[in-house]
Write a protein that binds this ligand. Structure first.
Ligand code: 13P
Length: 252
């Protein structure tokens, strides 16, 4: 059985003070939860303070991005060794906002995944099609290319430190969630891609999260899909009550 994985991507929101308030409330609400990996991804500037606040709790820390080189003359970048130093266990890479707004390519995302694994960190590797790609029947080609290019050069052992997040771009921040069936279908396809690239055992073990307008009201149905192993939550992760309810999703 795959261990459920619920992560909150705070994006460019929550000052240090607000972040600490949120994690204090969250810690109380999820203190009794076990059997679920719980992760929050604050803004870079809040990472160290949030890491201190999470110490000894059942919540782990992720960054929202990373650079590919370890250190050097790369003004403005933050790399895996520095994220580890700040208390992170994970980083999100390949988020559609980075691909679309900042022009990140699959090759760059692949280098980020490798840089994280090199440092002993885990990658939350995001993929997803746009509405136009879905409507023009390119969805499977797009997902296939993103998975192949993003995971190039990894072996089955590396995949133990990769979590895949399927986030259809049209469902992000729009309130338009993929239906349970749409999510289930895409996840099964992605697991099949992992099977083809690696092996059966790796495909069965890899966690595939759904992201895109996950809320307390729709998480249970999504999590009931056999290939949906968790959620990457944006808006609803900014409220302790909502995120805690998502963490405590009801098992079908
Ligand atoms: P929303 O939950 O706000 O749609 O955001 C999803 C997301 O992009 C998480 O990474």
């Amino acid at each position: 059985m795959r261990r459920p994985f619920i992560a909150g991507n705070w994006k460019l929101q929550k000052t240090i003070g607000e972040a600490l308030e949120l994690v204090e409330a969250l810690k109380k609400q999820v203190a009794g939860v076990d059997g679920v990996d719980i992760v929050v991804a604050p803004v870079f500037t809040a990472l160290t303070k949030v890491a201190e606040a999470l110490d000894g709790s059942n919540i782990s820390l992720a960054a929202q991005n990373c650079y590919t080189e370890k250190s050097g003359a790369y003004t403005g970048e933050v790399s895996p060794p520095f994220l580890k130093d700040a208390g992170c266990s994970y980083a999100i890479v390949g988020h559609s906002e980075r691909r679309q707004i900042f022009g990140e390519t699959s090759a760059f995302v692949n280098a980020k995944v490798k840089a994280l694994l090199d440092e002993g960190l885990q990658a939350i590797f995001c993929i997803g099609e746009t509405l136009q790609e879905r409507e023009s029947d390119q969805m499977y080609d797009v997902l296939s290319a993103q998975v192949k290019e993003g995971l190039t050069g990894l072996d089955a052992a590396d995949m133990q430190n990769v979590v895949i997040a399927y986030e259809p771009v049209w469902a992000i921040g729009t309130g338009k969630t993929a239906s349970n069936e749409q999510a289930g279908e895409a996840h099964a396809f992605i697991r099949g891609l992992v099977r083809g690239l690696f092996d059966e055992e790796t495909a069965e073990a890899v966690r595939i999260l759904y992201g895109g307008s996950v809320k307390p009201g729709n998480v249970d149905g999504l999590m009931a899909q056999p290939d949906v192993d968790g959620a990457l939550v944006g808006g609803a992760s900014l409220q302790a009550d909502d995120f805690a309810r998502i963490v405590k999703f009801e098992r079908a």
